[in-house]
Ligand binder design. Structure first.
Ligand code: UDP
Length: 405
C-alpha cells in the first residue's frame, strides 16, 4: 500500500530516513515509535514493509509507506520453524527491496529531501549489502532487551562451554558466564507461524475497555502471550482452569492461532464461559498499552516479550511470566529474580501453579510489594525519557549521528 505524504506542519530538516521493520508486531511497534520520534525532530519518514503486514497508514498520515512482496510459498509460510521463515524472508525480499530503493532514489532526484540512512532490524541481515550498493548507511534497531542481546551474543561461548545443545539433565544448572541465567533460560527459537502474525495484526478489540470500566481498581489480571507464541491444547486448558480457579477477574487475549490446531475457543469445555459468570472476558486482540494503563488492571500474565515487559513497567503493572522461547526466558528471569517485579512460572504449565501465582500477585501482600517496586521502576523509566534522561540523550546522539551522514 502506498500513501501520499500529507503536507507537513512541523519544520522539516531536509533529510529522509527509511525504516524497514521485520514483519512481527513486537518488531514493528518499536520501529514505528522511533519513526514518530524522528519525525518530531524534523526528519521525513519512509516506511518499507512486507505485504505480510498491512500497516495502517491512516494512523501515520505524514509517513510515506511502501509495501514489498515477500512472496513466501505456502510451505514456507506454514512452517512452524521460525528460523526457516527468517531465512526464507531474507532470501525473498532482496529483489523487491532493491527495486523499491531504485524507485525511491530515482524519485528523490526530484524531491527536496535527501536520504540519510536506513534503520532496520538485526534479523533483516540482507539489508546491509543492498544499502551499501546504494551508498546508504544502515542503523540497527535492537528490539530485544540488552540482557537478551548479551545472551544471544554469548552463543559461541555457550557452545564452547558445552551448555549448547541443551541437555535435559542440565536445565537447572547456572550459567557461570551469564549470571543470573540458567541453562533453561538460554534464548532459543523453536517454532513460529507468520500466517498467524498476519491475522492478529488486523483487528483491535476495543470492547475490553468497556468491560474493564466495570471493575474495581487493580482487580483484573490481564493475560496475553504476544503475537507469535503458540501453545497446545493441554496448556490452553491448564491456563483456562488456572484463571477460573483463582476467582480473580481476568481479561484474556486468545488470538486465533494461539492454540495449535484450534480456530479459537472451541477447545474450552462446554459451559466454561457461562460458569465464569462474567468474571472472565476473552478477546481476539486487545489495545494492550491502553489495557495496561487502565486503573482496573492489577497484574499481567505474560509470555515476557520485551515490548510487553516495557509496557507493563511503564504502566506500573506487576507481571507473572510464562516464557516460551527466545529472549522471553531472559526477561522472565530478570523480572522475577533481579528486578523483583513479578513471578516466573518456569515449570510445566499447570492450573494449580497459575491459580497460586495469580492470587500471589493480585491478592497477597507479596503482590503489593511488587507493585510498589514497579511504580518506582516506572518513575525511573519516565525519567529516562525526559530531557537529560538516558534514553532522551541516546536519541539526541542518534539524531546527531544521522545528521552527520
Ligand atoms: N499486543 C497488542 N495486543 C495484543 C497482544 C499484543 O497490542 O492483544 C502488542 C503488545 O502491546 C506489544 C506487541 O504486540 O507491543 C507484542 O510484542 P512483544 O515483544 O511483547 O511480544 P512478541 O509478539 O514479539 O512475542
Amino acid at each position: 500500500m502506498e500513501t501520499k505524504q500529507e503536507s507537513c506542519r512541523l519544520p522539516r530538516n531536509g533529510k529522509r530516513v527509511i525504516l524497514f521493520p521485520l514483519p512481527y508486531q513486537g518488531h514493528i511497534n518499536p520501529m514505528l515509535q522511533i519513526a514518530s520520534v524522528l519525525y518530531s525532530k524534523g526528519f521525513s519518514i519512509t516506511i518499507i514493509h512486507t505485504n505480510l503486514n498491512p500497516l495502517n497508514a491512516c494512523n501515520y498520515p505524514h509517513f510515506e509507506f511502501h509495501s514489498i512482496s515477500a512472496s513466501l510459498s505456502e510451505t514456507e509460510a506454514s512452517t512452524e520453524d521460525i528460523v526457516a521463515i527468517l531465512i526464507a524472508l531474507n532470501a525473498k525480499c532482496v529483489v523487491p527491496f532493491w527495486d523499491c530503493l531504485v524507485k525511491l532514489t530515482s524519485i528523490s532526484n526530484v524531491q527536496e529531501d535527501s536520504f540519510a540512512c536506513i534503520i532496520t532490524d538485526p534479523l533483516w541481515y540482507f539489508v546491509h549489502a543492498v544499502a551499501n550498493d546504494f551508498k546508504l548507511p544502515t542503523i540497527i534497531l535492537q528490539t530485544n532487551s540488552v540482557s537478551a542481546y548479551l545472551a544471544f551474543a554469548a552463543y559461541p561461548i555457550l557452545r564452547e562451554k558445552c551448555y549448547l545443545p541443551i541437555q535435559d539433565s542440565q536445565l537447572e544448572a547456572p550459567i557461570i558466564e551469564c549470571p543470573p541465567l540458567r541453562v533453561k533460560d538460554i534464548p532459543i527459537f523453536e517454532t513460529g507461524d507468520p500466517k498467524n502474525v498476519d491475522k492478529v495484526i488486523s483487528a483491535m478489540d476495543e470492547s475490553c475497555i468497556s468491560w474493564l470500566d466495570k471493575h474495581a481498581p487493580k482487580s483484573v489480571i490481564y493475560v496475553s502471550f504476544g503475537s507469535v507464541v503458540n501453545i497446545d491444547e493441554t496448556e490452553f486448558l491448564e491456563i483456562a482452569w488456572g484463571l477460573a480457579n483463582s476467582r480473580v477477574p481476568f481479561l484474556w487475549v486468545v488470538r486465533p492461532g494461539l492454540v495449535r490446531e484450534a480456530e479459537w475457543l472451541e477447545l474450552l469445555p462446554k459451559g466454561f464461559v457461562e460458569m465464569l459468570d462474567g468474571r472472565g472476558h476473552i478477546v481476539k486482540w486487545a489495545p494492550q498499552q491502553e489495557v495496561l494503563a487502565h486503573p482496573a488492571v492489577g497484574g499481567f500474565l505474560t509470555h515476557g516479550g520485551w515490548n510487553s515487559t516495557l509496557e507493563s513497567i511503564c504502566e506500573g503493572v506487576p507481571m507473572i511470566c510464562q516464557p516460551y522461547f527466545g529472549d522471553q526466558m531472559v526477561n522472565a528471569r530478570y523480572i522475577s529474580h533481579v528486578w523483583r517485579l513479578g513471578l516466573h512460572l518456569d515449570g510445566k504449565v499447570e492450573r494449580r501453579e497459575i491459580e497460586i501465582a495469580v492470587r500471589r500477585v493480585m491478592i497477597e501482600t507479596e503482590g503489593q510489594e511488587m507493585r510498589e517496586r514497579i511504580l518506582y521502576s516506572k518513575e525511573k523509566a519516565n525519567l529516562c525519557l525526559k530531557p537529560g534522561g538516558s534514553s532522551y540523550q541516546s536519541l539526541e546522539r542518534l539524531i546527531d549521528h544521522i545528521l552527520s551522514f
